[in-house]
Design a protein around this ligand. Structure first.
Ligand code: ZN
Length: 283
C-alpha cells in the first residue's frame, strides 16, 4: 500500500484507483478533527476539484468519532456503533464529493489536543508527504472547539516538518465552531461556494448521526454561507449566494519562527483597532 497508516486508521479511495497515484494526485487537502468537518468547512476545496480531471480533493479526519451526542434513532447506540456509522458517513461523503481519498486516522480527541504526543503530527506528516497538496484547509486558530484547535496546530507542525519546497502554497483556516465574519475585511480570505447548491445539501445530509442527533448542522452551515455572502460587504450588491471565510495561515508554514499564538492574536488586535477607530470617528 502506498500509504501506511496506524492500525486504527481507515483509508478509502472512492474510485478504487490502485497505487501511489491515488494519493499523489491530490491537489487540495482538507484536515478536520471529526467526520463532517471537511464538508462543513472545506467545501470550497471540494468544489474546486469537483468534476475536474486535473484537480483532486483529499480528506483527512483525525479523530475516531466516539462520544458524540446522540438522540432520536441513534439514542440507544453504543460508542462503537456510532463510531462505525460515522466512518461510513464520511466515506459516503467522499464518494458523493469525488474525493481522491479519505483517511480516517482514528485518534482519540485527547491525543489530538496533547502537543507532547507526536503520533498525530507524525501521521499527518505521512499523509502530507504522500499527497503533496498545493492547497490545505485546516480549522481556524480561533475556533472554540479545543479538538479543532489542537487538530490545526498538529497539522501546522506536520507541514513545518516537510522540506520547504514540498510544503503547500496556501494554507487556510476555516469556519466551524466560530465563524470568521469578525476578521477585518481586508484579512478575510473569501471562498465562494455558490456553485452546485444541490451537492452542498446532499453532502451535508449524509451526516445523519449528527443531524438526527439533535444538531441541524445541515441548515446552519448553509445559513452561515448565505449570511456571509450578504453581510460581507455593506456597500456592494451580492456577487455570490454562498460564501465561506478563511483565516490565511500560509505565513505560519513559510516561516517557522512565527508563533501561532501571536499570529492568531494579531487578527484579534486588528479587529479591536477597527472597532475603536469606527467609534472614535463618530464621537
Ligand atoms: Zn468537529
Amino acid at each position: 500500500m502506498m500509504l501506511k497508516l496506524n492500525p486504527a486508521a481507515r483509508l478509502m479511495i472512492p474510485d478504487r484507483l490502485d497505487g501511489p497515484e491515488s494519493i499523489r494526485r491530490t491537489t487540495h487537502l482538507g484536515i478536520g478533527a471529526h467526520q463532517d468537518d471537511l464538508e462543513f468547512m472545506a467545501f470550497h476545496g471540494i468544489l474546486e476539484c469537483y468534476e475536474r480531471p486535473d484537480r483532486w480533493f483529499g480528506g483527512v479526519t483525525v479523530t475516531d468519532g466516539r462520544g458524540s451526542s446522540r438522540a432520536g434513532p441513534f439514542a440507544l447506540w453504543s460508542d462503537d456503533q456510532i463510531a462505525e456509522e460515522r466512518v461510513r458517513e464520511q466515506e459516503s461523503a467522499a464518494v458523493i464529493g469525488q474525493y481522491s481519498f479519505v483517511a480516517q486516522l482514528g485518534f482519540a480527541s485527547s491525543a489530538v489536543r496533547d502537543a507532547s504526543q507526536g503520533a498525530v503530527r507524525d501521521e499527518l506528516r505521512k499523509v502530507l508527504e504522500a499527497s503533496r497538496p498545493e492547497v490545505v484547509y485546516l480549522h481556524n486558530l480561533a475556533d472554540k472547539h479545543d479538538t479543532h484547535v489542537g487538530c490545526a496546530l498538529r497539522a501546522l507542525e506536520a507541514i513545518r516538518l516537510m522540506p520547504k519546497a514540498e510544503r503547500p502554497k496556501m494554507v487556510y483556516g476555516c469556519e466551524v465552531w466560530r465563524d470568521l465574519d469578525w476578521l477585518v475585511d481586508n484579512e478575510k480570505t473569501p471562498m465562494p461556494v455558490s456553485r452546485h447548491p444541490v451537492l452542498a445539501q446532499t453532502i451535508n445530509a449524509v451526516f445523519a448521526t449528527q443531524i438526527a442527533g439533535g444538531k441541524r448542522y445541515d441548515l446552519a452551515v448553509l445559513g452561515r454561507r448565505a449570511a456571509n455572502a450578504t453581510f460581507g460587504n455593506p456597500h456592494a450588491t451580492d456577487q455570490e449566494t454562498s460564501m465561506q471565510w478563511a483565516m490565511n495561515l500560509t505565513p505560519l508554514v513559510q516561516d517557522e519562527t512565527l508563533d501561532p499564538v501571536e499570529y492568531a492574536a494579531g487578527f484579534i488586535e486588528r479587529l479591536k483597532q477597527d472597532v475603536i477607530r469606527r467609534m472614535r470617528q463618530s464621537l
